[in-house]
Design a protein. Structure first.
Length: 195
């Protein structure tokens, strides 16, 4: 994240995103595939790191192999194979939705994962119970832990979507997009930007 000052002199925290160039590598139609979609590829990589099938797939679109390939269903605009989409695509928009995979935080206890308070009352014979989850349910019936019980476990590393992020600035020469606020995922991760 970084920050900029807007025209009114207000301090705006924002995230810098490299949004392109993305190449159209496949167009799916209802007649051939049963649904309408566009496949986009981003981020060049060497041929030695791609399979022969992918190299041939990218040659059909007259482009070099790419690291990230996604498919967007129901794309309204008509693109052609090999078209390059840059950050100029967002020129007429003010608000965007961003989805990605959130930062993974590993195995966490109930206090960090779910905000449990813990016992905190150390005067009545409690020992090492400050961050424990406490009781999990009934005894003889139903003799199991209910599904969805808030317990310790893997935190983060899940799909996340942030709605209505405002475009602060567009830098077309470097394909950079500055969005107000934060986006899911660590630095350098891939995200999907939607209108």
């Amino acid at each position: 994240m970084t920050s900029v000052f807007d025209a009114d002199g207000k301090y705006v925290p924002c995230t810098v995103i490299q949004a392109g160039p993305c190449v159209v590598t496949q167009i799916k139609t209802e007649e051939k595939d049963g649904y309408r979609a566009v496949q986009l590829a981003f981020d060049d990589q060497k041929e030695k790191h791609s399979s022969k099938a992918l190299i041939g797939h990218f040659k059909n679109a007259s482009t070099s192999p790419k690291k990230k390939v996604i498919e967007l269903k129901g794309f309204v605009k008509d693109w052609k194979l090999g078209d390059v989409i840059t950050v100029d695509y967002f020129n007429d928009d003010v608000w965007l939705d961003v989805s990605g995979v959130s930062k993974g935080k590993g195995f966490q206890g109930v206090v960090k994962r779910h905000g449990f308070r813990g016992v905190n009352d150390q005067t009545h014979g409690q020992h090492n119970r400050g961050r424990a989850p406490g009781s999990l349910g009934a005894s003889s019936f139903p003799s199991r832990v209910f599904k969805g019980m808030r317990m310790a476990g893997q935190t983060g590393n899940k799909k996340a979507k942030i709605l209505n992020l405002r475009i602060v600035k567009i830098v077309p020469e470097n394909n950079l997009l500055l969005l107000k606020g934060s986006v899911p995922g660590p630095n350098g991760s891939y995200i999907i930007i939607e209108k």
